[in-house]
Each structure stands twice: as C-alpha cells, then as structure tokens.
Design a protein around this ligand. Structure first.
Ligand SMILES: C[S@@+](CC[C@H](N)C(=O)[O-])C[C@H]1O[C@@H](n2cnc3c(N)ncnc32)[C@H](O)[C@@H]1O
Length: 260
C-alpha cells in the first residue's frame, strides 16, 4: 500500500481513479460548492483525481494560483486541509466566504506567489496549524498572456515576454518546493498557445522549468478542452478559419505530474 494515499486496493477494479494518460472529461462537475463562474477555472475533476491519488486524509493540499477556489472546495470535500494563494484579494475573500474551515482548515492568502515573502507567510500559517509542510501542490498558472486575469503588475498573465513568464513561473515552483514534503507530488495544469502564427509549446517549457529544479517527471496527462467555443456557437467559424489557414484548433491541455 503506497504511503501517499488512502486508496483501498481490495476493490481496485471498481476504483474511480483514472490511471490512463488521456483524460476525456465530457462535462464539468457542478456539484457541491463549485459554481464555475470564473473564466479561467479548471474542472473540479482535476483536483479530485489528484487529491485522491496523491494524498491521505488530513494531508495539506497547496495551490499558489487558487483563482475561484476549485482546489479548495475539492480538498475540503475530500477531508484534506488546504492552503491557497491568489494575487486578487476579491477572489480570496470570495473563497473565504464559502469554505467551512471547521474539521479541515482552509487558509487563503492574498499575495504574489513569485515572492519569497508570501511563502514566509504560508510557513507561519502552517506552523500555527502544527503542520511542517504540504503533501500535494497543484499549480494552474495563467497560460502566459492568453487570458488577462488582473491589472496587478506581478500577475503572471501580465508578463511582457515568454522568458519573463517562465522566470516568474520557475520562482513559484521553487517557492512551492520550500513547502513540499519530500517524495510527494506536484502537478502543473497548463496549455500551449499560438503567437504570430507559431505554436508556442508552453506546456513543454513549463515542464522544462520543473525539471531544472530537480523534479522527476512521472506523467504527461493529456486532457480534452471542450465547451468554451461551442458555448459561443463559434465552432463552425473556427473550423473554417483553420481550414483556410494552416493551423489546428486547441482541444487539449496538459497535467504534468512530478515527484519531489
Ligand atoms: C488559471 S487561473 C487559476 C484558476 C483556478 N484553478 C480555478 O479553478 O479557479 C490563474 C490564477 O493565477 C492568479 N495569479 C496570476 N499571477 C499570480 C501571482 N504572481 N501570484 C498569485 N496568483 C497569481 C490569477 O489571479 C488567477 O486567478
């Protein structure tokens, strides 16, 4: 039995855990506290799968780009403690108003995750909670400048170049490693982008940053992206544009899984 989860392998055939590297998720889980209002959120099934597979009850899950709180609600409902950071104070207040913070703590911090000082704050909070470190980190950064999240100059969606974005993201990984327990797991959720007619393999650049910091790659999971454009009834237009040019329409993103 692995020491990093509570899965019962007696009935492994019935396990809800996905073990393939291709995740086709047809619909967003809208149950519980997930309201899905945030334009840059991920589907709750991502933290759900990762938390069940890579943590035990009472472990601490950490998310330095907490956004609308998808990871926070999933951690709470699965009986894990949670620490999250976001640069936007309104989001942090929104999540605080929704979490129970009873049997399992949810510590929400407004701050810049590239900054070491923010992490001194996290270490203090953990200390107060009598925890030495975190057992799983889930990082869902802006996909560089694809979606602008705020006007804050330290918001990674406002970085001026790819190298600035990767430098900032590398700082977040390195800060996160200062909290992560050895032999536990870190996941990065990221997609690629097009700029000026070129496919920019953002996912692979981020993978590279993580490996430079000594993390061991365990899996590249490909996840489908559905819904956004269909919702706007623009599928046909995108197909026409792709056919009349030389590119493909993004339909996937990555979940990069590392062991520390
Ligand atoms: C892709 S969203 C995360 C969405 C989240 N997974 C959810 O389901 O709601 C990225 C988040 O990173 C935040 N962010 C950007 N730069 C940051 C920084 N330097 N420090 C902390 N948060 C940052 C943005 O405000 C945004 O909410």
């Amino acid at each position: 039995m692995p020491i990093f989860n509570d899965l019962n392998l007696d009935n492994w055939k019935e396990s809800e855990i996905w073990t393939d590297s291709l995740w086709i998720i047809s619909e967003r889980d809208k149950s519980g506290k997930h309201d899905g209002f945030y334009h840059g959120n991920f589907v709750p099934q991502i933290p759900h799968q990762l938390i069940l597979r890579y943590t035990k009850k009472n472990d601490v899950v950490f998310d330095p780009f907490v956004g609308s709180g998808t990871t926070a609600y999933e951690a709470e409902s699965l009986g894990r403690h949670f620490v999250g950071i976001d640069i936007q104070p309104e989001l942090i207040e929104h999540i605080k108003s929704k979490v129970d913070n009873k049997d399992y703590f949810s510590e929400l911090i407004t701050g810049d995750s590239t900054d070491k000082n923010t992490f001194s704050g996290v270490a203090e909070v953990l200390n107060k909670r009598k925890k030495e470190n975190v057992q799983l980190a889930i990082l869902h950064p802006p996909y560089a400048d694809i979606v602008k999240f705020s006007n804050h100059e330290k918001d990674l969606s406002n970085t001026k170049s790819l190298s600035d974005f990767l430098n900032g993201f590398s700082l977040v990984i390195s800060n996160t490693l200062s909290l992560l327990e050895k032999n536990r797991y870190l996941a990065i959720v990221i997609g690629d982008k097009y700029t000026q007619g070129k496919w920019v393999p953002l996912g692979f650049y981020c993978l590279n940053e993580a490996q430079k910091l000594g993390l061991t790659l365990k899996s590249i999971i490909i996840k489908n992206m559905e819904g956004n454009r269909a919702k706007q009834h623009k599928e046909a237009i995108w197909k026409y544009r792709a056919l009349s040019s030389d590119y493909y329409i993004f339909k996937h993103e990555y979940i990069l899984l590392f062991k520390y």
